[in-house]
Ligand binder design. Structure first.
Ligand code: ARG
Length: 284
């Protein structure tokens, strides 16, 4: 009798104990799921689920970023179909440091400028050289990269200097880029020798196919193209007349709020060595 009562009690406590373990497990699974979904929506790991959602939504500014993603290594579409590149790494890091959210859109170069002007995007990061002319219509952050132009020709081309472009039949450029402007400077603004394309890769491909004799574009982009296309024999060179160009992020003129946000994030990026890490050097 006593023995029976005892084993009944024992059975009961085992049952209660397993119930407790089960509910612990359930609680654990639920919590893990909860914080998991908060990570993907807010990009703020290591925070309690509820507070991350509320805090993220209440304080984080959302910035729409535009880029002409046909300018490797700075911006391009990777094998997964996503926008990638050094500029993209930079803006993502800036968003982290400046605690704002970003949405990145791929836009053709000409459209990009229009969209910044009419507010379709808040900022453009696209290897954009800060120029006096552009500063009439746009505001720029502090510079983050130094570049210069390079002339790209096929290895066996008779063109060896920038001046030789005067003897070329056609010179290819991406429309309304600083490469386009230096060639206009040399050949005349409306010279029929100048072929302007929507993107730099298009300009180079046409040159490879014989549609032009040379292309002028930013140094790192020309060198990256040569590296990525070892099947074609290229040669590239610069000219003493090519000035140093400084890349900046571009906003609509007078958009001080976004400009301040970007500049302070960029400042932090510089201080933390992010620029050097991404681009291999600091802005001199
Ligand atoms: N740095 C040059 C400019 O500002 C060319 C930039 C082109 N960038 C691009 N993503 N297509 O004119």
């Amino acid at each position: 009798m006593n023995q029976q009562a005892g084993s009944l009690k024992w059975n009961q406590s085992i049952r209660i104990f397993s119930l407790m373990i089960a509910s612990f497990l359930l609680l654990f699974v639920l919590t893990a799921c909860g914080s998991g979904s908060s990570v993907s929506t807010n990009n703020t790991p290591d925070m309690a689920a509820g507070s991350a959602t509320e805090k993220g939504a209440a304080t984080k500014e959302k910035i729409v970023v535009g880029s002409d993603a046909a300018y490797a290594p700075f911006e391009y579409i990777d094998t997964k179909g996503e926008i990638a590149g050094l500029d993209i790494e930079l803006i993502k890091k800036m968003a982290e440091l400046g605690e704002f959210e970003i949405e990145i859109r791929n836009l053709p170069w000409d459209t990009l400028f229009q969209e910044v002007k009419n507010g379709g995007v808040d900022v453009a990061i696209s290897s954009i050289t800060i120029t006096e002319e552009r500063m009439q219509t746009y505001d720029f952050t502090e510079p983050y990269f130094v570049a210069n132009q390079l002339v790209l020709v096929k290895e066996d081309s008779p063109i060896h200097t920038f001046q030789d472009l005067k003897n070329a039949k056609y010179v290819g450029v991406q429309n309304a880029t600083t490469g386009h402007y230096v060639v206009q400077e040399l050949l005349g603004k409306t010279s029929p020798k100048i072929k302007s394309y929507e993107s730099t890769p298009l300009a180079i491909q046409d040159m490879v196919n014989g549609g032009s004799d040379a292309v002028v574009a930013d140094n790192a982009v020309v060198l990256e193209y040569i590296k990525n296309n070892p099947n074609v024999k290229f040669r590239s060179f610069d000219d003493p007349s090519f000035e140093k160009e400084y890349y900046g992020l571009m906003v609509k003129k007078g958009n001080q709020k976004v400009l301040d946000l970007l500049n302070s994030a960029l400042q932090k990026a510089k201080e933390e060595g992010v620029i050097k890490h991404i681009f291999g050097s600091d802005v001199e």
